[in-house]
Design a protein around this ligand. Structure first.
Ligand code: NDP
Length: 480
């Protein structure tokens, strides 16, 4: 059976205490491997290895560091199919999605930040005849990158790549629910010639490894993506140690559909933004607000497409909806479906666990589910469900749509459908969301800042923001 190992000081090693956790395939509910259940001793060994590697890595020319990252991007591209299969196997997502989205983006992360390292400039401020000030951005040192299970390799590399590019050494922890591609990345990092200790990957649970990393005195910064509650706990642990934090947290994203939109495209894209990866993308829209004049028309077209989504074996090329990530998560999502009924919601489609025959008989499958008749303040429209469950709500005015869209504790992303360019600008700027898409969804330019407002996070990732996050600025003032 497959047994994953930690990457510490350039070597694949077992956890110090020798403990492992089962690795389950969400599509079957069956174990297919074991992942290290590491602890503080493994974290300490990884931090020491990173500290030892730091002087040479931070002193290396940016171009040299960048070349290693670009090499890693090429290796990911060469191993696209095996990585996509691994991600589909431990996450439950359709193989076609892993192949077209997750793995190519992981390669783009290394290619983008590998080349960006060579273009990273700092500022100079000239006080005429008095002084010249220039800013030096030093790599912070050894940093922690902690990522969730929903886009395993994509989010893992999104954090690691900028840290390595600016000269930091990394101790990274993937979710122990979906660690397979991070393990395969360990092997590719060895092949790419990353010096030992520059990238360390420690597998294990949040309480066992994540917390030990956050508390370790050798860690200077934490880049975390995950749930808002976990983010709170990390912020509490990191604050007395003055660690720099980037927190990318949960969302309850609205999708605003105005009557003047291109309806066919709005319906088609809303289907994706609701149910891609079984709704387990932090940027999925789970509250669809539709202008009353086209509400029935939108609903009819949307439901027809939802009912046509095929739930099936993620390895089957025709599958559009795979399995949810775990039994625990499936039960959480089902509990919100029950809550939607209790809150007076009208079920329009879905709502039940799907039992498939054969290989997938024990898998965690759920019908794509749509409710209406739920008010903006009810729990189902306030709390993050993170599954294939969306609500439809008619609105009468632009003011009402914006108020409802902004009326949650979250502010990660929003999508807006209209042909009126003035309205597009006006509404976009009123939305409390770190990312606003107009007439599109999930369109990403890696140069742009990314992150949430309100309880969806602090700090920004992407582009220069990410490179700056992993540095500390120093001003040098020279008298003229
Ligand atoms: P969690 O917050 O449960 O876990 C995220 C990571 O943190 C995992 O690796 C987890 O380990 C680890 N962890 C848990 N407890 C601690 C701790 N005390 N200290 C340090 N690390 C810890 O999130 P999920 O994995 O359930 O992911 C889903 C969530 O992620 C959703 O809320 C989603 O919105 C959010 N997300 C946000 C994104 C954004 O860009 N804003 C993007 C993608 C997801 P373990 O797996 O062992 O629990």
């Amino acid at each position: 059976m497959l047994q994953l190992q930690n990457l510490i000081n350039g070597q694949l090693v077992p956890p110090v205490a020798g403990h492992y956790l089962p690795l389950l395939e969400p599509a079957t509910g069956q174990p297919f491997g074991q992942v290290p259940d590491s602890d503080a001793a493994d974290v300490d060994a990884a931090v020491r290895a990173a500290e030892a590697a730091l002087p040479a890595w931070r002193a290396a020319p940016a171009e040299e560091r960048g070349r290693k990252l670009v090499r890693l991007a090429e290796l990911i591209e060469q191993h696209l199919e095996s990585l996509a299969r691994a991600e589909s196997q431990d996450n439950g997502k359709p193989l076609s999605l892993a192949r077209s989205l997750d793995i190519p983006r992981a390669a783009s992360n290394f290619a983008f930040f590998g080349t960006a390292a060579g273009h990273f400039a700092t500022e100079a401020h000239v006080q005429e005849g008095v002084a010249v000030n220039y800013t030096v951005r030093h790599p912070l040192g050894v940093v922690a990158c902690i990522s969730p299970w929903n886009l395993p390799l994509y989010l893992f590399t999104w954090k690691i790549a900028p840290a390595l590019a600016v000269g930091c050494c990394v101790v990274a922890k993937p979710s122990e629910v979906t660690p397979y591609t991070a393990f395969l990345l360990s092997e590719l990092a060895q092949q790419a010639g990353l010096p030992p200790g520059v990238l360390n990957i420690v597998h294990g649970t949040g309480p066992g490894v994540g917390q030990a990393l956050v508390e370790h005195p050798g860690i200077r910064a934490i880049s975390f993506t995950g749930g808002t509650k976990t983010g709170e706990q990390i912020a509490r642990s990191a604050a007395p140690r003055f660690k720099k934090l980037s927190l990318e947290l949960g969302g309850k994203n609205p999708n605003l559909i105005f009557a003047d939109c291109d309806l066919a495209t709005a319906v088609q894209t809303s289907l994706r933004s609701s149910f891609a990866n079984q709704g387990q993308i932090c940027l999925c829209g789970s509250r669809i607000l539709v202008e009353r004049r086209i509400y029935e028309q939108f609903k009819t077209a949307f439901l027809a497409q939802v009912r046509a989504l095929t739930v099936g074996d993620p390895l089957d090329e025709t599958t559009r909806q795979g399995a949810l990530v775990s039994e625990v998560h499936l039960q959480k999502v089902l509990s919100y479906i029950e809550l939607a009924h209790q809150e007076g919601g009208r079920l329009l489609t879905g709502g039940h666990r799907v039992l498939l025959p054969g290989r997938c008989a024990g898998g965690y499958f759920l019908e794509p589910t749509v409710f209406e008749n739920l008010g903006p303040a009810c729990r189902v429209n306030q709390e993050e469900i993170f599954g294939p469950v969306v609500t439809l709500m008619p609105f009468d005015t632009e003011e009402e749509a914006v108020r409802w869209a902004n009326g949650t504790e979250y502010g990660l992303s929003a999508t807006l459908w209209t042909r009126d360019v003035t309205r597009a600008h006006r509404v976009a700027q009123q939305l409390h969301a770190g990312v606003v898409w107009v007439n599109t969804w999930l369109h990403r330019d890696l140069r742009t800042p990314f992150g949430g407002m309100k309880n969806s996070g602090v700090g920004r990732e992407g582009g220069l923001e990410a490179l700056r996050f992993f540095t500390e600025a120093q001003n040098v003032c020279i008298k003229l």
